[in-house]
Design a protein around this ligand. Structure first.
Ligand SMILES: Oc1ncnc2c1N=NC2
Length: 214
């Protein structure tokens, strides 16, 4: 399923109801997903993942940069489950870099850095962890690349899935939230490298886009 569905016409939470860095005041419109809700949803995703993949070595493939916070928290939740159950398994984490955004526009060229040799994936359960899936183009290219190293199976965990026009069918296997097609920042999601130090997932304001435009 698509996780927690946030409708297009939902106005979001007022920033006055939450704590957030003072240096971003005026740069954000609203809070879409508060940090606490992200953590609770991630805890349940961890259980679903363990139910499906918990029988064989897992290699987590963290897609940087935006995915690092979700990956840290998801791996922590999986570890917590592992040490409380007799069914434990070694889990490795590998980091790859996808760069495909300048300002808030997706650029055509997708280059995968740090994924040159993934031969250690052969025969493993691979969990690709990505913060946000839009058109699915990036995800599709990455899946094709990972498949070429013949893993035992590949699953994808996406914290956010954006409802975008002509989005490709490839939806993550584990979805945190389905959100409207608006540019969000926070929880390691950036706009020109800013807002990664924001805990909540928020919609950037027009003045914020102007302020940090490259
Ligand atoms: O909304 C977004 N915010 C940050 N980064 C990305 C987004 N969509 N694709 C990449």
């Amino acid at each position: 399923g698509g996780g927690i569905v946030i409708d297009d016409d939902w106005p979001g939470y007022s920033l006055d109801l939450f704590s957030y860095p003072a240096h971003y005041s005026g740069d954000l419109d609203c809070v879409v997903v508060p940090h606490g809700v992200i953590m609770d949803r991630t805890e349940r995703l961890a259980r679903n993942i363990m139910d499906d993949l918990g029988d064989h070595d897992i290699v987590v493939l963290c897609v940087l940069k935006g995915g690092y916070q979700f990956c840290v928290d998801l791996v922590d939740k999986i570890k917590a489950l592992s040490c409380n159950s007799n069914r434990t398994l070694p889990m490795r984490v590998h980091f790859i870099r996808l760069k495909s955004y300048l300002n808030d526009l997706s650029t055509e060229d997708l280059h995968i850095v740090g994924a040159e040799d993934l031969s250690f994936l052969a025969g493993k359960n691979v969990l690709i962890v990505e913060a946000i899936v839009g058109t699915g183009k990036t995800m599709k290219a990455l899946l094709k690349h990972v498949e070429s190293f013949s893993p035992k199976l590949i699953k994808v965990a996406g914290l956010l899935v954006k409802r975008v026009p002509h989005n490709s069918t490839c939806l993550p296997d584990y979805v945190g939230f389905e959100i409207p097609d608006r540019f969000v920042v926070g929880y390691a999601l950036d706009y020109n490298e800013y807002f990664r130090d924001l805990n909540h997932i928020c919609v950037i304001s027009e003045s914020g886009k102007t302020k940090y435009k490259i």
